[in-house]
Design a binder for this molecule. Structure first.
Ligand SMILES: Cc1cc2nc3c(=O)[nH]c(=O)nc-3n(C[C@H](O)[C@H](O)[C@H](O)COP(=O)(O)OP(=O)(O)OC[C@H]3O[C@@H](n4cnc5c(N)ncnc54)[C@H](O)[C@@H]3O)c2cc1C
Ligand code: SF4
Ligand code: SF4
Length: 618
C-alpha cells in the first residue's frame, strides 16, 4: 500500500493526470497531450507524482475495450480535421467522406403514429398531391438540407472504429496509459477540490458485499483529474452534486439513441458517404438517420427524446418500425444485422454545462455541455473541448503552474469561451424549447433559432426529466379508452411484461415480421448485435433505492424504456435488474419518475459498472 495516498485497506498510487472515460472528448485531450509529451524537440515535462520519471498520465475506461461506445456518426469534423490535417478517410476503418446528404420527411404508412392535427393536414395534402409533391415510398425529400444541420465536407464514421484508431495513435506515443475494463467509482473529493479517483471494488456480490476474492478499488491520487465520462457518468454527476451547478444550468433535455449496423443487401444502390436525416416517423417526435460506410455497411438509428410524452416508450420496437418504413426498407430489405447498441445523449447543450474546472479537476465532452442540439452534433464538439483542455494543461505544465481552479479557468475556459463551441452553443441554447409545446412548435423553434442566431426561440425550458413524462391515458386519449389501458396494465403486470408492446399493438402498430437476419427479437439483438457481457465480481450498477417508491410508481418508465430488457417488472412491484443484459445506455436513470423529496435525485441509482456492449462497430 502507498501510505498517505489511499484510504485504509486500499491500494494506492500517485499519477500526475488521471482521466475518466475514453470517448471522443478524451481522444481529443490525449491526442494533443501525448503529442506534446512525445515531442523530442521540446523540453521533457517531469512528473511531480513520481520524481525522476516523465509525466504520469493514466486513463480509465469503463467498457471492456476502447471503442465499445455508441454513436451515429456523421460530423463536420472541424476539430478532428484540425488535429489530423489532411485526414484521409481510408486511414480509418468504416470512414467515408460525406457525399450525398438528404432530409426525408416520413409519412406514416401504417396509420398508427400519434400525429398532431397540423401534421395530419400536411400529410393529407402531400398524399393528395402524390408525385407532384415529391412523395415517393411514403416520404418526401426536403428540397435542401438546412444550413444548421448539414455535414458537407465532413465524414461518416463508426464511433468504435474512430475511437480505436485514435487510441492507437495515442498509445503509439508511449507517453500515456489507457486501461479499459476499469470503471472509476468516484472522484476523491476534498472540500471543493478533487485529489484523484477511486476505482470500483471487485470480488463483490450483486449487492456489493465482499466475497473471497474481494479487491477494494484502488485510490489513484492525481494533480489533475480529467472527467470525460459522457452523459450519465457517475463521476460527473457526483461533481454536480458536490460542486453544485452554475445558476440556471441543469440536465433537463436528453434522448436515447438506438442504432443498428447493417450489412446492406446487394440490391442497395446507396453509395458510401450517403447521409439521410429523417423526421416524421415512427412518431413525429422521433428523428432518425441512415449513414452509409464503405463496404456496403450502414448505420441506421433513431432518437427517442425526453419530450416524447408517452411513458410506454420503447426504442427497440420503434426502431423496427422505422427500419420497415418503405423509404428505408427499399434500401435495407434483405440486409443483415452486424451490430446493435444504445446510449443516451445529454441534450441540454450549453444550459447543461456544469462547473467546468476547479481545484484539481476539469470536465470535457458531452457531460460538460458540449453537445449541440441544433446541429445534431456531439462528437466533434466533445473532441474539441478535449483539445482545448490539453492545450491549456500543456501551457500550465510548461510554466510549472499548479492545477488550481484559477489557473485551469485561465488556461482552459478562456480557450473554450473564445471558440466556435461557445458561439454555436449559445445559438443552440434554446433551440429545442419549442418541443415542450409540441412537435410542430418544436420544429419551428429550431428553424427560428437558427435563422436569428439564437435571438428568437419558441417555448420554454424543459422541466426536470422526471416531471416531463405524461400519462398513458393522455398519450392514448381518443385511441385507447382508459378502462382498456387499465385492463392492459393489469394483464401485463400479471404476466410480468412491459406494457409497450400490448399498447402499440392495440394502437394499430402492425406486428413486426421477424426475418432472423435484420428484424430479430430484442433478445436476439443482444446476442447477435450487442454481444452484451457482464463479468462476475462487480456490484449491480443499477439499483432501486426506495422499494416503496417503486411500488407506488404507476408509470414505471424504467421498465418500458430499458434498451435491453434488463429491467423487468418485479413480482412485488419493485423492478428487477439483470446485469447480463445491460448495455449501460443510462436511459433508465433519465426516465425514473420517482423524484426523491423534490431534489434532483431520483429513485434509480446508476453507478459505474463493468461490461456491457462488446462491439467496436457502433
Ligand atoms: C445513437 C447515437 C447517434 C449519435 N449520432 C451522432 C452523430 O451523428 N454525430 C455526432 O456528432 N454525434 C452523435 N451522437 C452524439 C455523440 O456520440 C456524443 O456527443 C459523443 O459521443 C460524446 O463524447 P464524450 O467523449 O463526451 O462522451 P462518450 O462518448 O459518452 O464517452 C464517455 C466514455 O466514458 C466512459 N465512462 C463512463 N463512466 C465511466 C466511469 N465511471 N469510469 C470509466 N469510464 C467511464 C464511457 O464508457 C465512454 O466510453 C450520437 C449519439 C448516439 C447515442
Ligand atoms: S425506478 Fe423509478 S420509474 Fe422505475 S419503478 Fe421505481 S420509481 Fe418508478
Ligand atoms: S438497465 Fe441498462 S440497458 Fe436498461 S435502460 Fe438502464 S442502462 Fe440502459
Amino acid at each position: 500500500m502507498n501510505e498517505g495516498i489511499a484510504a485504509p485497506g486500499r491500494q494506492g498510487m500517485a499519477v500526475d493526470i488521471a482521466c475518466v472515460g475514453f470517448g471522443p472528448a478524451m481522444a481529443g485531450f490525449l491526442t494533443t497531450l501525448s503529442r506534446r509529451l512525445a515531442d523530442a524537440d521540446r523540453p521533457p515535462i517531469p512528473s511531480a507524482a513520481a520524481p525522476g520519471l516523465p509525466l504520469q498520465v493514466v486513463c480509465y475506461e469503463r467498457a471492456d475495450d476502447v471503442g465499445f461506445g455508441v454513436s451515429g456518426v456523421v460530423t463536420r469534423a472541424r476539430g478532428i480535421r484540425a488535429a489530423f490535417p489532411g485526414l484521409d478517410a481510408s486511414q480509418v476503418p468504416m470512414a467515408a467522406p460525406v457525399r450525398d446528404e438528404k432530409v426525408l420527411y416520413l409519412l406514416d404508412p401504417v396509420g398508427a403514429s400519434r400525429r398532431p392535427g397540423a401534421l395530419r393536414a400536411a400529410d393529407a395534402a402531400l398524399r393528395a398531391l402524390g408525385r407532384l409533391a415529391g412523395v415517393d415510398h411514403h416520404a418526401v425529400e426536403l428540397p435542401w438540407t438546412p444550413g444548421f444541420l448539414h455535414k458537407r465536407g465532413g465524414f461518416v464514421f463508426s464511433m468504435g472504429q474512430l475511437m480505436q484508431w485514435m487510441a492507437g495513435q495515442v498509445l503509439a506515443t508511449g507517453t500515456v496509459q489507457v486501461w479499459p475494463g476499469t470503471p472509476v467509482a468516484e472522484a476523491l473529493v476534498d472540500g471543493a477540490a478533487v485529489r484523484g479517483v477511486r476505482l470500483v471494488d471487485q470480488g463483490v456480490d450483486r449487492q456489493g458485499r465482499p466475497g473471497e476474492a474481494f479487491l477494494p478499488g484502488m485510490d489513484v491520487a492525481a494533480g489533475l483529474t480529467v472527467v470525460a465520462d459522457g452523459p450519465v457518468g457517475t463521476v460527473g454527476r457526483q461533481l454536480d452534486e458536490v460542486m453544485g451547478t452554475p445558476r440556471g444550468h441543469g440536465r433537463r433535455d436528453w434522448a436515447v439513441g438506438m442504432k443498428l449496423v447493417v450489412d446492406l443487401p446487394e440490391s442497395c444502390a446507396l453509395p458510401e458517404g450517403t447521409v439521410l436525416h429523417t423526421l416524421g416517423f415512427p412518431e413525429p417526435e422521433i428523428f432518425g438517420f441512415l449513414y452509409v460506410h464503405p463496404g456496403r455497411v450502414a448505420s441506421v438509428g433513431i432518437f427517442v427524446p425526453s419530450w416524447f410524452e408517452s411513458p410506454a416508450r420503447t426504442s427497440y420496437r420503434y426502431l423496427q418500425h422505422f427500419v420497415r418504413h418503405p423509404a428505408l426498407w427499399r434500401h435495407l430489405g434483405g440486409g443483415r444485422l452486424r451490430s446493435w447498441g444504445a446510449k443516451s445523449i445529454l441534450e441540454s447543450g450549453r444550459r447543461g454545462e456544469p462547473v467546468l474546472a476547479g481545484d484539481g479537476f476539469a470536465r470535457i465532452g458531452e457531460g460538460s455541455g458540449s453537445t449541440n442540439v441544433l446541429t445534431s452534433s456531439g462528437v466533434d464538439e466533445a473532441f474539441t473541448t478535449g483539445v482545448q483542455l490539453a492545450e491549456g494543461v500543456i501551457e500550465l505544465l510548461e510554466a510549472g503552474r499548479p492545477f488550481t481552479s484559477a489557473n485551469l479557468r485561465a488556461a482552459y475556459l478562456s480557450r473554450r469561451r473564445a471558440s466556435w463551441i461557445e458561439a454555436e452553443g449559445r445559438v443552440a441554447e434554446r433551440a429545442r424549447d419549442g418541443f415542450q409545446r409540441g412537435v410542430v412548435t418544436g420544429l419551428l423553434g429550431m428553424v427560428l433559432s437558427a435563422a436569428t442566431r439564437g435571438q428568437i426561440a419558441l417555448g420554454e425550458e424543459a422541466p426536470h426529466p422526471a416531471d416531463a413524462v405524461g400519462t398513458l391515458e393522455a398519450f392514448y386519449a381518443g385511441r385507447i379508452p382508459p378502462a382498456e389501458i387499465a385492463r392492459i396494465r393489469a394483464d401485463c403486470e400479471a404476466r410480468g411484461l412491459p406494457l409497450h408492446d400490448a399498447l402499440m399493438d392495440r394502437a394499430g402498430w402492425p406486428p413486426v415480421a421477424l426475418d432472423g437476419e435484420l428484424l430479430v427479437t430484442h433478445q436476439d439483438a443482444l446476442l447477435m448485435g450487442g454481444k452484451v457481457q457482464a463479468a462476475p465480481g462487480y456490484a449491480d450498477h443499477v439499483t432501486f433505492l426506495h422499494p416503496e417508491i417503486c411500488r407506488a410508481c404507476r408509470k414505471r418508465v424504467c421498465v418500458e424504456i430499458c434498451s435491453a430488457e434488463a429491467i423487468r417488472p418485479g413480482e412485488d412491484g419493485v423492478p428487477t435488474f439483470d446485469r447480463e443484459k445491460c448495455v449501460h445506455c443510462g436511459a433508465c436513470l433519465w426516465s425514473c419518475t420517482g423524484r426523491i423529496d423534490g431534489t434532483e435525485r431520483v429513485n434509480l441509482d446508476f453507478r459505474a459498472g463493468a461490461g456491457g456492449l462488446h462491439s467496436a462497430e457502433n
